[in-house]
Design a protein around this ligand. Structure first.
Ligand SMILES: Cc1cc2nc3c(=O)[nH]c(=O)nc-3n(C[C@H](O)[C@H](O)[C@H](O)COP(=O)(O)OP(=O)(O)OC[C@H]3O[C@@H](n4cnc5c(N)ncnc54)[C@H](O)[C@@H]3O)c2cc1C
Length: 381
C-alpha cells in the first residue's frame, strides 16, 4: 500500500489523518456513504498503537457512556463478521471476568445485572462452572462473569480490511507526514497541501501535535506472546482486579489478562504505566505480568515465550475518547483518546464521525464524547 498519486492532485470530501484502527474505521463508514476520502498515514497501516494491541473486543462499564460506545461497537463488529477476511481472526470467544473472593463475586453480580439490563448476553459462573469453562485456572476461584458477545480480533489485519475500499481508489497515502492543519487544509512534510470539506484527526497519541488544547497522556503497556498451544485456553480471561488496574491513575499496574489467538498462541497481558515514554521493554514489568498470570493459571509457567513488546494507549483525563468537532477549528473532527479500548470502540467511533459529517442522528447520544467537554471542564477549574 504505497503512494499511488499525489494527494494534492484530487479534491476530497474528507481527509483522515492516521491509518490506525480508528482512522480505518472512520474511512470505512465514510466510504460506505459514497464520500471521497483520502487517508494520510506517516508510517504504515496499523503500525501505531493498533499494532501493539491485544485485540480484545470487550464491553466495558466504567460509565454509562463507555458501555453505550462499547456495546454499539460490538454490534457493529458482529455485523461485519461475514465480510471480515480469515486473516482478521475475528472470533466470539466471550470474556471471563474472574472473581478471586466474595467481594469480587459481589462485583460479578453487579456487573451481571447491569449488562443484562443493557441487553448484553452474560451469565454468572460459580466456582465449579468456572473450573469447567477454563480447566487450567487454579482452584478454587470464587467464580466469574461470562460475557458471551465479547470477542477477539487481529487488529492490523482488521485495519487493512477496513481500508480496502480506500486502497482500491488509490487514496491511501502511507509514508505521508502531516505537519499541520490550517482551516480545512493539511500541510504535508514535503510542503504539499491537501484540502477537504472536513478533516478527521485520527492520529492517536500524536493527535495533540496537530490540534492544540487537547489533553492526551501516553499510557504504556506491555504484552507477551507464546508459541502455539491449541486448546490451552478458550476464552479471553481477565481478573476483575484488571478494572482497578485500568482505573489507577498514579501507580504502575499489572493485571492478569490472557487471550487465545486463533492459531493457538497465547497473548499474556497486561500492564499500564504513565510517565514512561521509552519504547523499550521493562523486564521488571514483564516479570510481574508473568507472575500474575501464573498466580491465576500456574501452567503459564510452562509456556514458551516467543516475543514481547510495548505500545502506548492515548489516555484522556476522564477515560472517554474525544469524538467530535475540535474546539479550535470547526473543520476538524477529532477521533482519538481511546486508551485501552480503541480496537473495540473504533467501530462506533467511525459511525459517529460519519453521522456528524452527514449531519444525521446516531444510534447513541454523541454528547459524552464531544471534545468540547474538556474545554468546559478546564473553564470550571
Ligand atoms: C498494550 C496494549 C494493549 C491494548 N489492548 C487492547 C485491546 O485488547 N482492546 C482494545 O479495544 N484496545 C486495546 N488497546 C488500545 C488500542 O490499541 C488503541 O486504543 C487503538 O489502537 C487506537 O487506535 P488509533 O487508530 O487511534 O491509534 P494508532 O493505532 O496509534 O493510529 C494512529 C496513526 O496515526 C499516524 N499518525 C500520527 N501522527 C501522524 C501525522 N502527523 N501524519 C500522518 N499520520 C500520523 C500514526 O503513524 C498511526 O498509524 C491496547 C493498547 C495497548 C498499548
Amino acid at each position: 500500500m504505497g503512494n499511488l498519486v499525489n494527494p494534492s492532485e484530487s479534491t476530497y470530501d474528507v481527509v483522515v489523518i492516521g491509518a490506525g484502527i480508528v482512522g480505518a474505521a472512520c474511512a470505512h463508514f465514510l466510504m460506505k456513504e459514497g464520500l471521497r476520502i483520502a487517508v494520510l498515514e506517516r508510517g504504515v497501516v496499523g503500525g501505531g498503537a493498533t499494532a501493539a494491541a491485544m485485540g480484545h473486543l470487550v464491553a466495558m462499564d466504567d460509565s454509562p457512556a463507555q458501555l453505550a460506545l462499547t456495546k454499539l461497537s460490538l454490534q457493529l463488529w458482529k455485523e461485519l463478521e461475514e465480510q471480515l477476511p480469515a486473516s482478521a481472526e475475528y472470533r466470539q470467544t466471550g470474556t471471563l471476568w474472574i472473581a478471586s473472593n466474595d467481594e469480587e463475586m459481589a462485583e460479578v453480580r453487579r456487573k451481571h445485572e447491569l449488562y443484562r439490563s443493557a441487553g448484553l448476553a452474560c451469565e454468572v459462573l460459580d466456582s465449579t462452572a468456572l473450573g469447567e469453562a477454563e480447566p487450567r485456572l487454579r482452584r478454587p476461584l470464587a467464580g466469574a462473569l461470562r460475557v458471551l458477545g465479547d470477542g477477539v480480533i487481529y487488529p492490523r489485519a482488521a485495519a487493512q480490511f477496513l481500508l480496502r475500499g480506500v486502497v482500491e481508489r488509490g487514496a491511501l497515502f502511507t509514508d505521508c507526514n502531516v505537519v499541520s492543519i490550517e482551516g480545512s487544509t493539511v500541510l504535508l512534510g514535503d510542503r504539499t497541501r491537501v484540502s477537504a470539506g472536513h478533516i478527521v484527526n485520527d492520529a492517536g497519541c500524536a493527535a495533540p501535535d496537530l490540534t492544540a488544547g487537547i489533553v492526551i497522556r501516553n499510557r504504556k503497556g506491555h504484552l507477551i506472546i507464546t508459541d502455539r498451544y491449541p486448546g490451552f485456553l478458550r476464552h479471553q480471561v481477565v481478573e476483575l482486579g484488571y478494572l482497578k488496574s485500568a482505573h489507577s491513575v498514579t501507580a504502575d499496574s499489572v493485571a492478569f489478562n490472557l487471550q487465545p489467538r486463533a492459531a493457538g498462541q497465547i497473548l499474556i497481558g497486561s500492564s499500564r504505566q504513565y510517565e514512561d515514554d521509552d519504547t523499550a521493554v521493562n523486564h521488571d514489568i514483564v516479570r510481574r505480568i508473568m507472575e500474575r498470570a501464573c498466580e491465576f493459571m500456574p501452567e503459564v509457567a510452562t509456556l514458551s515465550v516467543l516475543r514481547m513488546w510495548t505500545g502506548f494507549r492515548a489516555a484522556t483525563p476522564d477515560k472517554l475518547p474525544l469524538v467530535g468537532p475540535s474546539p479550535e477549528n470547526s473543520k476538524v473532527l477529532l477521533a482519538t483518546g481511546h486508551e485501552g479500548l480503541g480496537i473495540t470502540a473504533s467501530m462506533a467511533t467511525g459511525r459517529l464521525i460519519t453521522d456528524m459529517i452527514l449531519e444525521r442522528e446516531s444510534p447513541i447520544s454523541r454528547e459524552p464524547y464531544l471534545p468540547s467537554r474538556m474545554t468546559r471542564e478546564a473553564t470550571h477549574v
